[in-house]
Design a protein around this ligand. Structure first.
Ligand SMILES: CC(C)(COP(=O)(O)OP(=O)(O)OC[C@H]1O[C@@H](n2cnc3c(N)ncnc32)[C@H](O)[C@@H]1OP(=O)(O)O)[C@@H](O)C(=O)NCCC(=O)NCCS
Length: 476
């Protein structure tokens, strides 16, 4: 008997912050045949590694709100079931979800079947009463399909034991677009108000809120809305952690053909202004940029054609599509007391194997302002401390760590450079580290070995001779 094993190496490559190659998971998952004797250990090790790798994201996103928006094209492409299974998993992990669906292809199909000539694309277009009826029918049908998909629970499927409550309702007040340049837009509308309290009430109790691209006016009329605008308004009003657009395009493509995994909002705006983007990408990017400008933490454009794309985007470091942020990520920033737990998680394995001296929570809490952390998308994956000895014009870097999944891509060096410039700013002329296992790394970066007598007086008094750490010093 043989087992089919999917190698997860492609997933791991996406954890590297600076990797720009477009991960092509899961189509490119390397499938190989392993004998029955080898398979269980291999699969178990891969599984455990993968599960631990996603843990930081699970912790980071628990209780956060994601708005997920997709057009009727996704439903047409039969991608709904897989998406619903992945969203159910997010819900089970404590992520609060609002879904916004579109229905343009379905509206156009209804119109065609009824013999009407009007057809709708992404641009704002006037909608008469007949087209509105088609929009209502299309939205109703898609909503029912989505509700049905969330109600699955067959044993041995990803939806087994999932009990997801999907709530729809009159959460959105709309107003007519009105008359523009003499053209009456009829039942085409824009978002006027969103009942945020009611939305929050539902998602905080674990329900998924499902919004159709229709809003209602105080006069009791329905108006057709652009789902992209609706999703952006909802994400902004909820100050969502993420607004995720599942689109037909793969995201923003760089000149070398790779996907731009991360775009600062200002760069996104410059790209939009340049007019060089494909129409589809530009259309979604403008909403992503708008959402981030108005306070949504991250907005993502990801291709719905990729199986598991939402999971890949959320639970891997670089994701698979384009993420728009207000500032560039991979931030180096001073640590706060809220980072103590994450710093401890980084340190503990290295304390356990003797690489670092045990410190304990109390000491980290006391010294937390000496720490600088590397943070990406809410996950702390590196840290270092700086201790200043002004009397000797020296500074010590300690606790330099880059999480094992992110090592080897220059993050350690970036942290080192940052700590050196902090030391310089404090007036230090010499910079030192004590290490037992990383001597070559420091030697390669301009440090020279010194002795205890080269240390600041205060440090000499505390030097732990039994540990016998090597001392490396660099002139700043
Ligand atoms: C040391 C550390 C911070 C470097 O982080 P990083 O992000 O991988 O660093 P960079 O990407 O800038 O450098 C990677 C290079 O350093 C090398 N390297 C990593 N650890 C090393 C070590 N202990 N000794 C010598 N070289 C090492 C890698 O092989 C790689 O070499 P290459 O560029 O020739 O392929 C990281 O390996 C780490 O956290 N280690 C565990 C904690 C530790 O030992 N900290 C130092 C305490 S004083």
């Amino acid at each position: 008997m043989h087992y089919k094993i999917y190698r997860l190496s492609t997933i791991h490559s996406t954890f590297h912050p600076r990797s720009t190659t477009q991960p092509t998971m899961p189509e490119s998952l390397e499938q190989e045949t392993v004998s029955a004797q080898e398979a269980p250990e291999f699969a178990a090790a891969q599984f455990v590694r993968w599960f631990r790798d996603v843990a930081p994201y699970v912790h980071a996103f628990r209780g956060k709100t994601f708005v997920v928006a997709f057009g009727g094209e996704l439903v047409q492409a039969n991608a709904l079931n897989d998406l619903v299974q992945d969203l159910s998993l997010l819900s089970a992990l404590g992520i609060r979800l609002v879904l916004v669906h579109g229905s343009r292809p379905q509206v156009n199909e209804q119109l065609r079947l009824k013999g009407f000539h009007a057809q709708f694309d992404r641009g704002r277009a006037p909608m008469d009463a007949d087209a509105l009826e088609c929009a209502k029918e299309a939205a109703g049908e898609i909503r029912l399909d989505i509700e049905a998909a969330f109600s699955q629970g067959l044993p041995n499927t990803p939806m087994s034991h999932a009990q997801i409550r999907v709530i729809s309702g009159n959460f959105v007040t709309a107003r007519p677009t009105g008359i523009i340049d003499g053209v009456d837009y009829g039942h085409t509308g824009t978002v006027r108000k969103i009942d945020i309290d009611a939305l929050r009430f539902a998602i905080e109790r674990g329900s998924i809120v499902l919004l159709s691209p229709l809003g209602f006016s105080p006069t009791g009329e329905a108006f057709n809305l652009a789902f992209e605008e609706l999703a952006t308004s909802v994400a902004t009003a909820l100050r969502a952690e993420k607004l995720i657009f599942l689109t037909e395009s793969p995201g923003v493509i760089n000149a070398d053909g790779t996907v731009a995994t991360e775009l600062a909002r200002l760069d996104a705006d410059a790209l939009l202004a340049s007019g060089t983007l494909p129409e589809d990408t530009a259309f979604y990017l403008q909403f992503a940029s708008r959402a981030v400008k108005r306070g949504v933490t991250r907005a993502h454009l990801i291709p719905f054609a990729m199986d598991g794309v939402v999971l890949l985007e959320i639970f891997t470091h670089d994701g698979v599509g384009t993420m728009v942020v207000e500032d560039t990520l991979d931030d180096l920033r001073p640590a706060t007391i809220d980072d103590v737990g994450a710093i401890l998680q980084l340190i503990e394995p290295l304390e356990a194997d003797g690489t670092l001296l045990p410190r304990g929570r109390a000491i980290i809490e006391r010294d937390v302002e000496n720490f600088t952390v590397l943070e990406h998308d809410g996950v702390i994956y590196g840290c270092a401390t700086l201790h200043d000895y002004p009397a000797d014009a020296m500074a010590e870097m300690g606790c330099l760590i880059v999480h094992s999944e992110w090592q080897g891509t220059g993050e350690g060096e970036m942290l080192l450079r940052h700590m050196e410039s902090r030391a310089r700013a404090l007036g230090a002329k010499r910079f030192f580290v004590l290490t037992t296992r990383t001597s070559h790394w420091f030697l390669k970066r301009g440090f020279v070995q010194g002795g205890v007598a080269d240390l600041p007086k205060e440090k000499q008094a505390h030097y732990n001779r039994s540990r016998n750490s090597l001392i490396f010093i660099k002139r700043l």
